[in-house]
Design a protein around this ligand. Sequence first.
Ligand code: SF4
Length: 299
Amino acid sequence: MADLEQTAIERLRAASEMSLQHYKMPLIITDSGGKDSQVVKELALRSGIPFEIQHNHTTADAPETVRYIRQEAKRFEELGIQYTINLPVYKGKRTSMWNLIPQKLMPPTRLVRYCCAVLKEGGGAGRFIATGVRWAESPSRKNGRGIFEKNGDKNHRIILNNDNDDRRLLFENCRMRSKRTVNPIIDWKDADVWDYLESERVPCNPLYCEGWERVGCIGCPLAGAATQEAGFLRWPAYRNLYLQAFEKMLVERKRTVDANVQGDWVWRTAGDVMHWFLADGVLPGQIDLFEDYDLFDEE
Ligand code: SF4
C-alpha cells in the first residue's frame, strides 16, 4: 500500500510540475463525490503540491451526494484550497438532465452518453486535471485510458500507460495547450481504494455506508437495470423527474421528428419510455401489474 501511495504521489507531483510549467496554473483535482476522487484528494493533500478542486454538478446526483460535496467544498476551503462547483451549461444556457432529455429526443443510453459530455465531463479546458479513473472500473478504461493523457483530437492523443513510457519526453515537452490528464491511481484495485480509505481514515460519501457501490447519477444507464431500479425505489422523486422529462421528450419528438421516422418508434407514453429505459421487458401498451408509471402525476 505504501508503494502504491508513493507512486501515485509521484505521478501527481510530475503532473503538478508540468501544469505549473506549461499552463502557469495549478493542477485541478476533479471530484465526482465518489471514493476514487476521495483518494486522489487525500493524495494531493499529502503530496504538498499546490492544487484546486472542481466538481461538476450533474443535477441527477443523489441529495446525499450534493450535501456531501458542499461539506467537502467547505472542508477544503477552510484548508485554503479553492473548490469550485460547476453548474452545467448547454448551448450557452444553464441546463439539467431533465432539460437535456427533451432536447436530445431520447433518454441517455450506455452507448449514447450525451449527458456525460454535457453534465459530467465539462470544465478543465486548457488545464491539467487529475481524475480518479482506474483500469479496474471497466474493460474500456483498461483499454483506453493511461497514467498521463493529452486530450487532443483522436490522431494527436497521447496516452502513457506506464511510468517509464518512452514517449514521456514528447508528452512533457509538448507545447499544445489542450487539456491534459493524470490518473494517479489508475492501477489501484477496488480493494486498494477501500483499504486506503479505511486505514487512513479518510471521510467518504455517506451513501457507501448504506451499501451503494456507485454513487453516480440516479438512473444512470451505465449502472445497469438493477441499480437503476434500486435508485428509483430509494429516491422516487428522481423517477418522476425522468418521467416528466420523457413526457416532454415525446412532445418534442412529435413536433420535430418526421412522422415516417417516428413510425419506427413505439413509445406512446412516458411509461413506455421508462420501460424501454429500464429494459424491464414490458412492451409499449402492456400494463405492468405492479407499477403503472403513467399514474405518476396522480401521486
Ligand atoms: S447518467 Fe450516467 S452517463 Fe449520464 S451523466 Fe450521469 S454518469 Fe454520465
